[in-house]
Design a protein around this ligand. Structure first.
Ligand code: ZN
Length: 347
């Protein structure tokens, strides 16, 4: 799902965005309330909605902090009128991790409900107590609603993780998506019967679309798990010996006029990948008799040919790389790029 939004700032280093429909909803609801009940009512609802916004943000931060603890980077958090979405780079490695990350959001809301509940129970009747009641209810609702097993909502993620203990990831996702869609249908029926619950129809739409996207991702991961690096890698020209001078390395550029990448042998195990232009620049800029291995920096061990494409994809994502060297079965070198993965998926 494409999420456009205004960046508000960073919390714990994570960019927080506000979806453009959020201020729109805020203005409309506050205007309607002020029109019907005067400015005090307008102010009250504005305070409640802004608090709600903060609770949703804290809920998403709950997911993010736990995900980060498992080494999953968080790209950003977007707040929508129907809730928030924290986008991550990479997936949980075990069912236990997925469950912990999913439960962390509702746990934040239940934790917030405790002091609010104490406030409601002990405060004398008055404006402050009037204000605390909707905030308490909001947190209880946010916590409980998100636990409904409508994948990809939090409860649905717990369901998928539990199913994945018994079944493969794709089947578990497929079942969770269809359970989620069944719940979405119930949401639509409720919204049609009682217009007070019209927001449920929007949430149903989100469940339907986001569930579809998750299913496509699971299918791709499933296909990638069946492929190996050597199936998708493109061959590279023979590696340039590390002790070759820059002037000799230049002959590689001429001998392989269409190769976009070259490998330089750093030692018997590691190599360094350079782009054609980069190699050209090196050869031109530096002294011609300098050894090539002394000017190239990023040395790495090529992936084994049997390496799974799903793992290769994870490696690329986690390292923010767009290519990896691969050792092909005949001992020669190949290169695996994100484009090669796409091409392999669509063949
Ligand atoms: Zn959540």
């Amino acid at each position: 799902m494409k999420l456009k939004g205004i960046e508000l700032g960073r919390v714990l280093g994570i960019p927080v965005r506000l979806h453009f429909t959020f201020p729109f909803f805020l203005v409309v609801i506050v205007a309607v309330e002020t029109y019907g009940g005067g400015w005090r009512a307008g102010l009250h609802i504005a305070g409640v909605l802004i608090s709600l916004f903060i609770f949703v943000l804290l809920h998403e931060l709950g997911h993010s902090v736990v995900a980060r603890r498992y080494g999953i980077p968080i790209l950003d958090i977007t707040l929508l009128p129907i809730g928030g979405v924290a986008r991550t780079l990479g997936l949980p490695k075990t069912s236990g991790q997925e469950i912990a990350i999913a439960l962390a959001g509702p746990a934040v809301n239940y934790a917030l409900a405790i002091p609010l509940g104490i406030a409601v129970a002990t405060l004398p009747a008055g404006t402050l107590r009037e204000f605390a009641i909707p905030l308490l209810l909001a947190n209880l609702m946010l916590g409980t609603f998100n636990l409904i097993p409508a994948f990809p909502m939090d409860g649905g993620r717990v369901l998928r993780a539990l199913l994945a203990l018994r079944k493969n990831y794709l089947d578990a996702t497929r079942i969770a998506v269809w359970v989620g869609r069944a719940v979405a249908v119930i949401f639509v029926v409720v919204a049609v019967v009682d217009r007070e619950w019209i927001l449920l129809a929007l949430i149903a739409l989100f469940i339907y679309n986001a569930g579809g996207a998750e299913l496509r991702l699971a299918r791709r991961l499933n296909s990638l798990a069946k492929g190996t690096a050597q199936d998708a890698a493109a061959p590279l020209p023979p590696a340039i010996p590390g002790d070759a001078s820059l002037s000799r390395a230049f002959t590689w550029l001429e001998s392989f006029p269409y190769a976009p990448y070259f490998a330089i042998e750093m030692d018997p195990i590691t190599i360094s990948l350079v782009g054609r232009e980069e190699l050209g620049d090196l050869c031109l800029a530096l002294r011609a008799n300098m050894e090539i291995s002394r000017v190239t920096l990023h040395a790495e061990i090529p992936l084994a040919g049997k390496y799974s494409l799903a793992d290769a994809r994870r490696k690329l994502q986690e390292a923010h790389r767009n290519m990896l060297p691969v050792r092909l079965p005949n001992g020669s070198l190949g290169i695996l790029t994100l484009l090669d993965l796409e091409a392999w998926l669509s063949h």
